[in-house]
Design a protein around this ligand. Structure first.
Ligand code: ADP
Ligand code: MG
Length: 463
């Protein structure tokens, strides 16, 4: 499992960091539901624990399908640093909002020795030229390219949203590389880091520095803004930073893992700021795009997987590109397929049964086929309509729309034949089903609200 995580991390962190912090680690056991990782020394443990934990845990989750705690231990001995409790020094500058529990924890758990500000790097591998464009992400891609060509002028802020693992961070870094190469100052940070820095600056009385640092950049890239939900004080810090940059015509790019309109716990003034720019989404990629992504990833790794294997993976993993990549790594690692043997392998050499076996665990979650009932239940819940009404004869607009959405999803997600969909939907003709699907497809091109509805419904299948 840890090998697979390392494979994935190798793709995600700059090579020097990987070599320094991750190469010498070893997965040894699972105890008390936590994955225990051995590290060469306490410093590495501390680094991984304080600075890379969330990245590592996300990789692990994408591979196992379940969240799991990770414990770093030195040479087999358990070592949990006792965190000092540091009461937070409130300064006049801190604003009036109370600290949320998360903010409080962030403020009291930073080791004192940490430098005030750290610099987050852009991932070298996240570039426009290796971003595969398909109908699910072409809007977000086009907007990102436009912004990178003309930072501060076209869409400001640019907000990109989608479910996890669909390419937001990739696009954001691609913008960063482009504008940096054309001579702009770029500051990339995660909202988590932004929060930590802000809170720390309050504690240490360095809010001036904090402000200067953020306000002196040409382009601010802020990843995963949903992280500031419920953190009132950080929202204030963000609001002021945002305004200062925006008024000075500096470009701001933000990503979010849910629609801005649904960040209901954001202060109104913050969410209206976000909605004031261009908000674009990335949808779940279609089969063709998934195949193109897999081919491109395999190529980058200099691996030649037989098409049969790629098709198998693309068919089973639908809603998360990161997971697609994870599967490539798993197949290679688990089947003991070193580069050599893979490159020499022909279709005949690859045992699909073996591949399936290798992926079984990680696919437990995502491979669960969406059923007819999942779709109808989710649509009914989302639009607050009875399932029987969905299948019935009522023809008012909201009901008809929900019915069309059901048919569309039954085709896209459950891959039912048209005639079957007609039958399921209360004995309708297959041409009715075709019309409904076409209609939704047409609407999806322009109707962002419908795109959002579909995204939410798809996400609720899993629930
Ligand atoms: P998010 O930020 O939306 O959670 P990421 O940007 O981290 O997702 O993407 C997850 C992984 O999938 C990354 O390794 C990224 O390179 C890859 N990826 C996502 N979309 C694409 C795409 N269209 N083409 C190539 N790689 C992609
Ligand atoms: Mg991301």
């Amino acid at each position: 499992m840890w090998e697979a995580v390392l494979g994935e991390l190798q793709l995600q962190v700059p090579k020097p960091s990987y070599e320094t912090w991750l190469r010498g680690t070893k997965g040894v056991s699972v105890s008390d539901g936590a994955l225990v990782i051995l590290t060469p020394n306490a410093f590495v443990s501390e680094m991984l624990d304080t600075r890379m934990y969330s990245l590592i845990s996300r990789c692990l989750e994408s591979i196992t399908g379940n969240p799991m705690e990770i414990r770093f231990e030195v040479g087999g001995e358990s070592r949990r640093p006792d965190r000092l409790f540091n009461p937070i020094k409130q300064t006049g500058d801190a604003g009036t909002s109370p600290l949320s529990p998360d903010e409080y924890r962030a403020a009291s758990s930073q080791p004192q020795s940490r430098p005030s500000f750290r610099h987050l790097e852009l991932n070298e591998r996240y570039r426009f030229d290796n971003f595969i464009v398909g109908s699910s992400n072409n809007l977000a891609h086009a907007a990102s390219v436009a912004v990178s060509e003309n930072p501060g002028f076209v869409y400001n802020p640019l907000v990109i949203y989608s479910g996890v693992g669909l390419g937001k961070t990739h696009l954001m870094h691609a913008i960063g590389h482009e504008v940096r190469e054309s001579g702009h100052d770029v500051l990339y940070t995660t909202t988590e880091e932004f929060t930590n820095e802000y809170i720390r600056s309050i504690r240490e009385g360095t809010t001036e520095e904090f402000r200067d640092r953020y306000r002196s950049t040409n382009v601010l890239l802020l990843d995963d803004i949903q992280f500031i939900i419920g953190k009132e004080q950080t929202q204030e810090g963000f609001f002021h930073t945002f305004n200062a940059l925006h008024m000075a015509g500096k470009q701001i790019v933000i990503t979010c893992d849910r629609p801005v309109s649904e960040l209901s716990l954001l202060q109104d003034r913050v969410s209206s700021r976000l909605a004031g720019g261009l908000v674009v989404d990335i949808q779940i990629p279609d089969l063709e795009t998934r195949m193109a992504i897999l081919r491109s990833k395999a190529e980058q790794l200099d691996w030649r997987f037989p098409d049969k294997v790629l098709e198998f993976i693309a068919g089973r993993v639908q809603r998360n590109v990161r997971e697609l990549e994870g599967c490539l790594n798993i197949v290679a690692a688990h089947a003991g397929l070193g580069k050599q043997s893979l490159n020499g392998a022909s279709d005949a050499d690859i045992d699909l049964g073996l591949v399936e076996q290798a992926l079984e665990d990680s696919l437990k979650e995502s491979a669960r086929r969406v059923s007819e009932e999942d779709v109808l239940g989710a649509v009914a819940r989302y639009f607050s309509i009875d399932k029987s009404t969905l299948k019935g004869k009522k023809r008012d607009r909201p009901t008809a729309q929900a019915r069309h959405v059901s048919m569309y999803l039954l085709r896209e997600e459950v891959q039912l034949p048209l005639a079957t969909i007609g039958r399921v939907m209360g004995g309708r003709d297959h041409t009715t089903v075709i019309h409904a699907c076409r209609r939704i497809e047409r609407q999806l091109e322009a109707d962002t609200r419908l795109r959002r509805d579909l995204m939410n419904i798809r996400e609720s299948f899993a629930a």
